[in-house]
Every structure is written in structure tokens, then in C-alpha cells.
Design a protein around this ligand. Structure first.
Ligand code: FES
Ligand SMILES: [Fe+2]
Length: 329
């Protein structure tokens, strides 16, 4: 499987990278993240050019990383600066590749392809409120199954009944497309307030509005708003979330999430309750279902399996075509 190279991926939350090197895999490439003394982040291939040792297990000293196997040293740009063997000459071709990096909005973003093509304008504003809670976890699934999951929230009344989603009731669903984006929107009128909104919305009944926007290759931002019946969505108790999906291999990935709200920000009891609801939904409901689907695919491709196309699959279908175009490019 090939991936979209020309795009930004979340490699880690900023808070995960302090003095120690951090090893991550992104689109089948092992990467080591380094934070220098001036706070700058750099990202190098995590493969030593000598015998391919993982550099992140090495010593990081004075902004240089020393290979744990035979001790070659590399600066933060990947240039070899130290050879402890023989006459100490620096062999040609001993540099390691480096990646374009941006640190913004609490995220360390890595451009998957040629650093010369890196375009910072392709990192969308995640539009989170202050004091977001966040987390990440591993999944055994093709990242595109997770995009399908997020761009088609019609699974919510089945998989998340009563927790993230109101039960029953019809949803008005619409969707939009862009050159590198897709979005789906849902409205449920006069529904029972789900547990995730009860934390800061007092009315037991209201209108429930959800929008999910996808930006290629794997950045999604979501708005959920619970309003009094008939009120516009901006008047409500609102959640804004980001879902950042980082493919590791064809069938494994890391899911980074951030969830923020416009009411009771920073209240630790609400933080803890919200974290419980979100983690329960992701870890006990979405992830096992998506992993079970992946397993059922038995290594065959999505297209080969000729999936049934429902009317509500418009946004997912568009996202898949965009990804196919960008992968081919
Ligand atoms: S593998 Fe890194 S120095 Fe030998
Ligand atoms: Fe879900």
C-alpha cells in the first residue's frame, strides 16, 4: 500500500517531547523526534545509515544524537558529525534524511514527503476552545476505515447510543466536498440530551447538531452542539474536537484526539467525566468494531470487496477518491 506523502501528519503532541528522543512510525517510515535546547523540534529518519539501528534508542547530547549500536553521531539536521572509529573521518553518504516539521496548536506535524514541497497552509486551524483534553492510542486498522467511521456518524445511534449520540430519531444528513476535503453535517431535532452533553447542558431535551470535516490526508475536526429546541447551533453547549489519524503501516495506526468545550472549561471533574465518555466510545466501541471490520477484510482491498454504497456514504466516498488521487500523484 502506498500512502499520501505530500501532507501533514500528527507525529506527537508537543507535550510528549521533552529532553528524550521519541521514536514514531509514520506512513511506513520510522522517525525520531528531537527537541533541541532552544526548543526547536527536528525529525530525522530513525534508521542509522550504517547498520540501520533505531537512532531514538541512542544518546541525545548537545543537540546531537549518537547511534546506540556503533556510536556515529548526527546533528539535528541529520548531518554526520562524529565517527568514533578508525581515523574518525566522516564517511560520505552518512547523513540521515530529515523531515519538514511544524509545531503548532499543541501538535508536532511532520510532512510525509519531500521537505521542499512542505506547505504550512495545509495545516488547518483545529478551532479548539481553550483547555482541551487529549489522548492517543494504537489501532490495528487501515486509517481509511477510521476516516469512514468519522465521516459517517450514522453509526453513532448504534455504536454509541445514549453516550455520544441521542438514541433513535431521524437525522437530517447533508455533506459537502472540496479539492482536499469533505464534510458531513447532521441535525437531530427534539432529542434526549446524550450523556456527553448532560455534563454542561441542563435541558433533558434539545436539538443536536454535528459537523465533521476532513482535510487530507488525515486531519478531522468536529463540532457538536446541543441547543434549546429551534435555536441556532452557535447558541448551544458546544464541543469542538480534533481527530488526527497517523498511519504507521497498511494496517496499524495511531489515533490522536483532542476535545474542548465552550462551557465549564478547566473544571477537572467535568474533564474527567468527559474523558471517560470519550475513551469509552473510542476504545470500547469504535476501535473494536473497526478492527473487527479490518480482520473480516482478510487483507483484501476495499474496492475488491465491492462494498455496498449507501446514500449516506457520499462524504466517505469522496474522501477515498481524494486519497486515491493524492496517493497516485
Ligand atoms: S548502526 Fe549506527 S553506527 Fe552502526
Ligand atoms: Fe464512533
Amino acid at each position: 500500500m502506498s500512502f499520501v506523502h505530500d501532507g501533514w501528519y500528527c507525529a506527537a503532541f508537543s507535550s510528549e517531547l521533552e529532553g528524550e528522543p521519541l521514536g514514531r512510525t509514520l506512513i511506513d517510515q520510522p522517525v525520531v523526534l528531537l527537541r533541541s535546547r532552544d526548543g526547536q523540534v527536528s525529525a530525522l529518519s530513525d534508521i542509522c545509515p550504517h547498520r540501520f539501528a533505531p537512532l531514538h534508542r541512542g544518546r541525545f547530547e548537545n543537540d546531537a544524537i549518537y547511534c546506540p549500536y556503533h556510536g556515529l553521531g548526527f546533528d539535528r539536521d541529520g548531518r554526520c558529525i562524529h565517527n568514533p572509529h578508525g581515523d574518525g573521518a566522516i564517511p560520505r553518504a552518512s547523513a540521515v534524511n530529515s523531515f519538514a516539521v511544524r509545531e503548532e496548536q499543541g501538535v508536532i506535524w511532520i510532512w510525509g514527503g519531500d521537505p521542499l514541497h512542505a506547505n504550512p497552509a495545509l495545516i488547518p486551524d483545529l478551532q479548539l476552545f481553550d483547555n482541551a483534553i487529549s489522548g492517543s492510542f494504537q489501532m490495528n486498522a487501515d486509517y481509511r476505515l477510521v476516516i469512514d467511521n468519522l465521516l459517517d456518524l450514522n453509526h453513532a445511534p448504534y455504536l454509541h447510543a445514549g453516550t455520544l449520540s441521542p438514541v433513535g430519531s431521524t437525522r437530517e444528513t447533508t455533506w459537502e466536498r472540496g479539492a482536499r476535503s469533505a464534510a458531513s453535517h447532521y441535525v437531530m431535532r427534539s432529542v434526549e440530551t446524550p450523556a456527553s452533553q448532560k455534563l454542561w447542558f441542563d435541558d433533558p431535551v434539545g436539538d443536536y447538531h454535528v459537523s465533521m470535516e476532513w482535510h487530507a490526508p488525515t486531519i478531522l475536526r468536529q463540532r457538536v452542539s446541543m441547543t434549546n429546541v429551534g435555536a441556532p447551533p452557535d447558541d448551544g453547549a458546544m464541543l469542538r474536537a480534533a481527530h488526527l489519524l497517523t498511519p504507521e503501516t497498511a494496517t496499524t495506526m495511531r489515533y490522536f484526539w483532542m476535545v474542548s468545550r465552550n462551557r465549564l472549561q478547566g473544571d477537572e471533574t467535568v474533564d474527567a467525566a468527559l474523558r471517560n465518555i470519550v475513551e469509552h466510545a473510542f476504545l470500547n466501541e469504535d476501535a473494536p468494531m473497526i478492527e473487527a471490520c479490518q480482520k473480516n477484510m482478510r487483507g483484501r482491498s476495499f474496492r475488491d470487496l465491492r462494498p455496498v454504497f449507501l446514500k449516506t456514504d457520499g462524504a466517505c466516498g469522496h474522501a477515498r477518491s481524494v486519497l486515491e488521487r493524492l496517493t497516485a500523484a
